[in-house]
Design a protein around this ligand. Sequence first.
Ligand code: 5RP
Length: 225
Amino acid sequence: MDQNAMKQQVAERAAEYIEAYLEPDMIVGVGTGSTANLFIDCLAAHKHRFDGALASSEETRRRLEEHKIPVYDLNTVAKLPFYIDGADEVNPYLHLIKGGGGALTREKIIASVADTFICIVDESKCVDLLGHFPLPIEVIPMARSSVARALVELGGRPVYREGFVTDNGNIILDVHDLEILEPRLLESKINDLVGVVTCGLFAHRGADVLLVATPDGVQEVDASS
Ligand code: 5RP
């Protein structure tokens, strides 16, 4: 089974997972990326059973709107039972690296307000140690060089993502060569750098449920287990 087929399988499983909980007034949080896109397509089959969605990027907003799923502003939403999103890496503690698509800040905001964050990946994303995938950092443009120097001090090799502007008007530095032994500590240290909007480590608020597609089917891992 190829990677796309596994992404499709896990997207379908996530839609099945939340289906039983859908209510007419419910808002569903939706992530960004190819796996999240497949999830949106599955979710659309149930669109008359919930109120609408929160989008973690303009790309996701467009896809939801193509399916005629109403998209809400977070400032008007008081309760978010579920957030469903992919990841670039996930460790056994359900800490994540996210932001390959550059949507990490909005993703982190939505994850922070969700009761349950369901992360959907294929097995290639599962690692013991985070950091092989370059860690994306969203940075205010004028702080690009100063933040890059500070990231070198932290042991990384930041690379400017050429020609990319986030939905918030900022730039991305992708940090290579990190062995992330203490994800929470590194997340705090990077987020403390002046000029950083946020980093793509999701350790303080990792996933609650991980659905992993494998050639033998989808496995479920709960953070509490
Ligand atoms: C976007 C993300 C995505 O979840 C991550 O890049 C995984 O993408 P894909 O599902 O296409 O492999 O964090 O900012």
